[in-house]
Design a protein around this ligand. Structure first.
Ligand code: SAH
Length: 397
């Protein structure tokens, strides 16, 4: 272990790391010498006391992740085998549930290796790599998958260009290439998935519980509006739950064909639904002009969005977005407010909700809330890892 580089952690950052925050922030060390992506590093405090061993890999605000706090544990094939095996054992019930065939089998730091997630789609595995550093360990991970699972094929997403964006490529790694789209199931709903068509697959798995709640408890008889609808997954859930009609609004041109596809694989007549390729903020104005009102409104914006005319940041603009939604929601209607912004927690999010209803002079009640589903294992003490916040709000006046 003599040639492992030791980094001293600034005292300010030691307590969090000891509490289980495994991301090594850029400002947490003062190292001068250049480090190599994938290099194993040993972290100590100001008294040279051991904190943990991790790897170097630039990712957003971090320079790497702690992998173990056992000083003599080796980061080798058996280390990665152990992590994958334990992660799989936590998803046992998912593998045995025929109603849901798409779920996350490895969730980064929550499963002990920050910077890597692995999703399962009906026999296909998709690994997402968030730094060049973690990608340098890929053989270990693929060896582990070879050892512990039967797969049709493995695909990978590299998400580590300079801005943490997806690197465009052929994402096939090994196995027998899939004939996409494939249809996966989620609580009995169907979703068309493509693992070799850019950064996105067609569905965000972390909203599974919310889709089920919408279908089973909130959709019946409603006129539903789904903003930032992407492939319309929430609209599908609402339609299957008995919504009278759904309206899906997304700016991206591809969303039209993708939404038609998701309706179609569920046997829903897409022509009876509205699908608008349009800026949500324009749609709000359009709805007001045409006096449209909805019983169920879903708000699930990206954390940041930039159009030609404006930028939207959830941390800043969520109250305004909610105010727009409140204006077109029926009395006793439900607003589903969702955000995946990792920079704030549930408490702050609820303060945005309070603010919006106060400013619009509207009475409301929060009636339900959701976070990450079980397969998205995460250290729930830190909003950065426990990022998903969804609140169902009833508009009372
Ligand atoms: N709610 C979706 C996921 C949303 S992803 C789901 O659960 O599947 C964010 C989406 O917002 C993207 O599809 C993007 O095209 C869209 N988007 C970003 N800015 C927008 C805007 N100003 N108006 C409409 N759609 C927007």
């Amino acid at each position: 272990m003599t040639n492992i580089r030791t980094l001293r952690i600034d005292p300010k950052y030691v307590p969090e790391l000891k509490r289980g925050y495994s991301l090594i922030l850029k400002d947490a060390t003062q190292h001068k010498e250049p480090l190599e992506e994938g290099e194993i590093i040993r972290l100590v405090d100001q008294h040279n006391r051991y904190i943990g061993t991790g790897y170097y890999g630039l990712q957003n605000k971090g320079i790497g992740w702690i992998l173990t706090t056992k000083e003599h544990e080796q980061i080798d094939q058996s280390f990665f085998n152990k992590k994958i095996k334990i992660a799989l054992s936590h998803r046992e019930e998912f593998f045995h549930n025929g109603e849901t065939t798409a779920f996350r089998i490895f969730n980064g730091e929550g499963d002990g290796i920050g910077g890597l997630t692995i999703d399962y789609f009906d026999g296909y595995y998709m690994a997402s790599w968030y730094s060049e550093g973690i990608y340098s360990f890929k053989e270990y991970i693929y060896n582990a998958l070879n050892e512990f699972v039967d797969y049709k094929a493995i695909y990978e997403k590299k998400r580590f260009d300079t801005k943490g964006q997806y690197v465009d490529q052929d994402d096939f790694v090994m196995g027998t290439a899939g004939d996409f789209p494939i249809i996966v199931k989620e609580n009995g709903m169907n979703f068309a998935i493509n693992l070799n068509d850019g950064a996105m697959t067609g569905i965000f798995l972390d909203q599974r519980d919310v889709r089920r709640a919408i279908r089973d408890r909130y959709a019946k008889g409603t006129n539903m509006l789904n903003t930032f609808s992407y492939t319309g997954a929430f609209s599908v859930a609402a339609a299957l739950g008995g919504a009278r009609k759904t309206t899906s609004v997304d700016l991206a041109k591809r969303s039209l064909a993708k939404t038609i596809e998701q309706f179609s694989v569920n046997g829903i007549d897409f022509e009876a639904q509205d699908i608008k390729v349009m800026d949500v903020f324009h749609y709000f104005k359009y709805a007001i002009r045409h006096e449209l009102k909805f019983d169920l409104v879903v708000l699930d914006p990206p954390s940041f969005a930039r159009t030609k005319k404006m930028t939207f940041s959830t941390a800043k603009d969520y109250p305004k977005l909610l105010a727009d939604a409140i204006a077109i929601t029926e009395k006793n209607g439900i607003i589903v407010a969702s955000t995946n912004n990792a920079s704030f927690g549930m408490k702050k999010f609820k303060s945005f909700i309070e603010q919006a209803f106060k400013e619009t002079n509207t009475k409301y009640k929060m009636i339900d809330q959701y976070g990450l589903p079980k397969d998205f294992r995460a250290n729930r003490d830190f909003p950065e890892f426990n990022y998903l916040k969804v609140v169902f709000i009833k508009k009372l006046s």
